[in-house]
Design a protein around this ligand. Structure first.
Ligand SMILES: Nc1ncnc2c1ncn2[C@@H]1O[C@H](COP(=O)(O)OP(=O)(O)OP(=O)(O)O)[C@@H](O)[C@H]1O
Length: 413
């Protein structure tokens, strides 16, 4: 037997006497699916925020203009549809099942969308669980997907192992809370991925600290973090450390994870963009082409500056751009804020991009439905911000006004 035997001849190149030809467990995606990169989100045990990280990764990539999808392989604890507020049953044809679509166009498939009641427990044994996951991969018509995120079954047992063997993953992200980081659990997840020769993109520490909303002091509820030590031990990158934030729990419970404002996953998204260079290049070209086309960009403004509050802005400066340059502009007064009115008002004027400091979720939904690009989190002089956009240097932070005192000012219903 080889000195480094990992009991899996499929992933080992040593020609030892005990070598066994092993069965090929790999499953093929549906012939109508074109999935470019597949990233598994794993954790050593349940309840550490794996589904949250899966959801936020998909949201981050979708905000960057990619086609994102989520395969919920956490069959016994499926929480993805709830986080996105989706409960309608997926459509089907004789060719296969179609994934559900979130408000911002993220494709999803989860066992919860297929159960009679979403509260029904799934009490199937391992081989059936693995079979369902393979079906989600092979029998769902995903179409074109730039980045698919798989919410993996928790742990390092039989079911996650089968997923590793069946679906060709381009990388995994390991999620842990500070407690798992001090135990052996994370090391087991790292070893499992390494034994399957799957690149580990890095570690995410969830529930790392709690920031007091009154004094801003950070409290390490679960003790000092050992993420840097563990990362160094396994030569991995730390992708993000997330606080305990009651707003995260509320966003998941209310099905509004797409509206959650947080940019913790930018580093991980940058890595994915790097790992998918071809996809990123194509996307950059498409975005460049779009910016060179003739288009109207509206900025919610206060005088010459971008305003924080979309709904109650003083007016909109509408820039007409061609070949990536501003050709002309006009300022129109805010006609008055009524729920759902302003997105239609701007759409009627042919606006293709709206830039604001903050905006309510309701308004963002309507803009998305109309195919109008929404950029929030912008600040400074409106003209400069539009020039940055045309050069491809303005990114949306996804900043959404939630339950704050300016409720109506941000265009929410
Ligand atoms: N940083 C956080 N702050 C506040 N709440 C959080 C945070 N991370 C996760 N939660 C909440 O904790 C619960 C568990 O999170 P999540 O479903 O993402 O974990 P999981 O690892 O996928 O669990 P399982 O494997 O059991 O499905 C959810 O209700 C989620 O809203």
């Amino acid at each position: 037997m080889s000195e480094n035997c990992n009991q899996n001849c499929n992933t080992c190149s040593d020609e030892c006497a005990d070598r066994k030809e092993q069965a090929d467990f790999s499953a093929k995606p549906h012939e109508l699916s074109n999935i470019k990169k597949v990233i598994g989100i794993v954790s050593g045990k349940g309840g550490v925020g794996k589904s949250l990280v899966t959801s936020m990764m998909a949201v981050t990539m979708a905000r960057r203009g990619y086609k994102a999808a989520i395969l919920d392989a956490d069959i016994t604890g499926p929480s993805i549809p709830k986080a996105f507020g989706i409960s309608q049953k997926p459509d089907a044809s004789e060719l296969g099942l179609f994934p559900a679509k979130s408000k911002t166009g993220i494709q999803l498939m989860s066992i919860n969308l297929l159960l009679e009641n979403e509260t029904d427990p799934v009490i199937w044994r391992g081989p059936i669980l693995s079979g369902v996951i393979k079906q989600f991969w092979s029998e769902v018509i995903w179409g074109d997907v730039d980045f698919m995120f798989i919410d993996m079954p928790p742990g390092t047992g039989d079911v996650p192992l089968t997923v590793f063997q069946s679906i060709k993953l381009d990388g995994v992200i390991i999620v842990a809370s500070p407690q798992e980081l001090v135990s052996m659990i994370v090391s087991k997840a790292v070893k499992m991925a390494k034994s399957m020769n799957i690149p580990i993109l890095g570690l995410v520490e969830n529930m790392s600290y709690f920031k007091c909303p009154d004094c801003g002091k950070e409290y390490k509820i679960f003790g000092e973090s050992s993420i840097e030590k563990i990362a160094e031990q396994h030569q991995l990158k730390v992708l993000a450390t997330l606080p305990i934030d009651p707003k995260i729990a509320v966003a998941c419970d209310k099905g509004m994870i797409e509206l959650y404002n947080g940019n913790w996953f930018d580093d991980a998204a940058d890595i994915l963009e790097g790992s998918g260079e071809k996809i990123a290049d194509t996307k950059k070209l498409q975005n460049q082409k779009r910016r060179n086309d003739k288009m109207k960009i509206a900025v919610a403004s206060e005088g010459k500056m971008v305003t924080e509050h979309f709904g109650h802005c003083e007016g909109f400066i509408i820039y007409e751009a061609e070949n990536g340059q501003i050709a002309k502009s006009e300022t129109i007064a805010n006609p008055g804020h009524k729920p759902g009115f302003l997105p239609n008002f701007l759409n009627d004027r042919g606006v293709k991009v709206i830039i604001s400091g903050g905006m309510g979720g309701g308004a963002i939904d309507i803009f998305n439905e109309k195919g109008i690009e929404v950029i929030t989190g912008a600040s400074g002089e409106a003209k400069t911000v539009v020039e940055q956009y045309l050069q491809g240097n303005l990114k949306s932070t996804g900043s959404v006004c939630h339950e704050h005192q300016h409720h109506d000012e941000c265009g929410r219903h």
